[in-house]
Design a protein around this ligand. Structure first.
Ligand code: ADP
Ligand code: MG
Length: 582
């Protein structure tokens, strides 16, 4: 939603507050009521003292006083609770909204971001909206209201002294106006550094084996600490200027007191006002201190919050996919297999990088197995990314079922496809979770079938809790070959009309590889199967082979045709291994 992103921080905050505005109003009302009962206390006390001197019974007044004190405490606690609860709900709303958006980010946006930094924005930056709600939103309201009420009372006492007081307030306002942008910049820097720390930590924890094996802990630790220390420095800078702003507010009431004393004294001397009025006015000047400080802290807290909001809004500027309320239905397995075609496709990942595809063209009819071969970096994985619409072709057309992928509903397009990415991960959770990930409604029979096809039955039998065994993070680690078979089973359970296997059997031993080749060949009878493979054995059985090099299709044909017709293919075939492409 790029149109939303340049809204002021207030408007963004109010957007998150809107669903909770009723609760917020109740909380604010309770707080104001507490303030009013507090104000009534001196009056009741005054009454009570009056009764004492007149020798009247004070039990009634005492009971009223006790009731007021109790009501004040109860209403205060309730109001505080409702406000904090509302502030937490605002944080929840922001987190829901931002994480939904994160899930819809385009792959290109995720590729260009640090996951640890995105994580910090969803967790740490959203937390700052809590203080922004209680201190800024409420502070402006109650502080501002009290300030105005006090100024009105002052006006009733003496207009000239009010002007003097306003003069001091305006000067204070100007000084704080100068400090505020510094607080904003420092807060933004502090939060950016938290993001950098997240990114640095993610880098270490995501590749801890390599970090340790490379004896790089010390260097990586320094990088993480440097980000943490930079956040500390920036936060301290922000704290310094916030303290200064707070003290400026305190100082301004002292200055107002002295100025009012001087000007008021002169006015008393000339008889413009009496001493009683001057004393009353001076008392009001002291009453001003609390609301002024409340408003100033609302302003400075707003700067901290708006720095966080600008980081949240930066995420919303990243390109995303359309919102969907429900996953589209998966194929039932009865439908006709898909066809795929590339027509003069040109593609580059980013404008700064050289093109990866220079006019790729091929036609794949429904059914059968098509193998993509070629040296590493030829652009084979990129072909699959364009079919899945992780990226859009720069030029030319990518067609599925004769329809440009750009015209498909992207979720519906993906529902047709089973995709095993290169180095497909095992997700943390049980083995069953992993298998059902792409087809939550698959039956037990279907799961058993997929396990048999991918020869995972032995593994399931060996695991302590069978299908319920936890795998991935905090669970049993699977070998590379087991991971690949789990990924293939996961893709098969979707009953895809189009199956994309990117080096999905590269880590299997010869026996398992042969078994899976048979399974894929069987699947290709009612599914269109595209495989990227470097094993000659996988490729020779393909119905057609697309030979790619440096972003171009050099030849298309069967193994027999290509051995004679394609120099590159003959060379690759001669080495048995059609190059290990990473
Ligand atoms: P293959 O699968 O044939 O080995 P790829 O399609 O993965 O080749 O990559 C083709 C080229 O595109 C390579 O030069 C690679 O460095 C580049 N490339 C791949 N993925 C990205 C990406 N996400 N961002 C930028 N460049 C990429
Ligand atoms: Mg690849």
């Amino acid at each position: 939603m790029p149109t939303d992103t340049r809204k002021s921080a207030w408007r963004v905050l109010l957007g998150y507050v809107r669903p909770h505005r009723g609760a917020l109003a109740v909380g604010a009302l309770l707080s104001l009521t507490m303030g009013a009962t507090g104000l009534a206390l001196p009056l009741v006390a005054q009454d009570l003292i009056g009764s004492l001197s007149q020798d009247e019974s004070i039990s009634g007044a005492l009971m009223l006083l006790s009731a007021l004190v109790l009501a004040n405490a109860v209403i205060g606690a309730l109001g505080g609770y409702v406000l904090q609860r509302t502030a937490e709900s605002v944080v929840l709303t922001a987190r829901r909204s931002l994480t939904s958006y994160l899930m819809r980010l385009r792959i290109s946006a995720v590729d260009a971001s640090e996951p640890g930094d995105l994580l910090a924005r969803a967790t740490s930056d959203t937390t700052l909206l809590r203080a922004m709600t209680t201190e800024s939103l409420i502070g402006f309201g109650t502080g501002g209201l009290t300030l105005v009420a006090t100024l009105v009372m002052m006006a009733l006492v003496d207009a000239v002294l009010l002007l003097v007081t306003l003069g001091v307030i305006v000067v204070t306002g100007v000084v704080i106006g100068l400090i505020v942008p510094v607080i904003n910049r420092a807060s933004k820097r502090a939060q950016d550094s938290v993001g950098e720390m997240g990114a640095a930590l993610e880098r270490v924890l995501g590749a801890l084996r390599t970090v340790k094996a490379s004896s790089a802990e010390e260097r990586e630790r320094r990088a993480v600490h440097a980000a943490a220390e930079e956040s500390w420095r920036a936060s301290v800078r922000a704290a310094k200027w916030r303290a200064l702003a707070g003290n400026t507010a305190g100082l301004s009431t002292q200055v107002a007191f002295i100025t009012v004393l001087a000007v008021g004294g002169a006015r008393v001397a000339t008889g413009a006002i009496d001493v009683g009025a001057l004393v009353a006015f001076l008392l009001y000047v002291f009453y001003l201190m609390a609301p002024i400080q409340e408003v100033v802290s609302a302003i400075t807290q707003y700067q901290v919050g708006s720095a966080a909001i600008s980081r949240i809004q930066e995420v919303r500027e990243l390109p995303s996919e359309p919102e969907r309320t429900a996953a589209p239905p998966l194929p039932t397995g009865e439908e006709k297999p898909a066809s795929v075609a590339f027509r003069d496709v040109h593609f580059r990942y980013t404008p700064e990088l050289p093109p990866v595809h220079h006019g790729v063209t091929f036609e794949i009819p429904p059914r059968g197995m098509t193998a993509f071969v070629g040296p590493s970096g030829a652009g084979k994985t990129t072909v699959f990314s364009l079919i899945e619409r992780f990226y859009d072709a720069t030029d030319g057309r990518v067609l599925v079922d004769g329809r440009d992928v750009g015209e498909w509903d992207v979720a519906e397009l993906r529902a047709q496809i089973g995709y095993v990415e290169q180095d497909a991960p095992v997700l943390s959770g049980s083995l069953r979770d992993n298998l059902l990930f792409g087809a939550p409604d698959a039956t037990d029979e279907a799961v058993a079938g997929a396990l048999a096809t991918t020869r995972l039955e032995d593994l399931v039998r060996r695991l302590p809790d069978g299908l319920e065994t936890l795998v991935g993070h905090r669970g049993t680690k699977l070998s590379g070959g087991e991971r690949q078979r789990v990924a293939i089973a996961r893709a098969l359970l979707r009953r895809p009309r189009l199956l994309l296997l990117d080096e999905a059997t590269s880590q299997l031993d010869a026996v398992n590889e042969a078994a899976l080749r048979d399974a894929v060949t069987a699947a290709a009878r009612d599914t269109t199967v595209l495989v990227v493979a470097h094993r000659l054995s996988t490729v020779t059985s393909a119905d057609r082979i697309v030979v790619m090099d440096a972003g171009r299709v050099l030849a298309v044909g069967t193994h027999g045709e290509l051995v004679a017709g394609s120099e590159l293919y003959a060379e690759l075939a001669a080495t048995q291994f059609l190059t290990a492409s990473a």
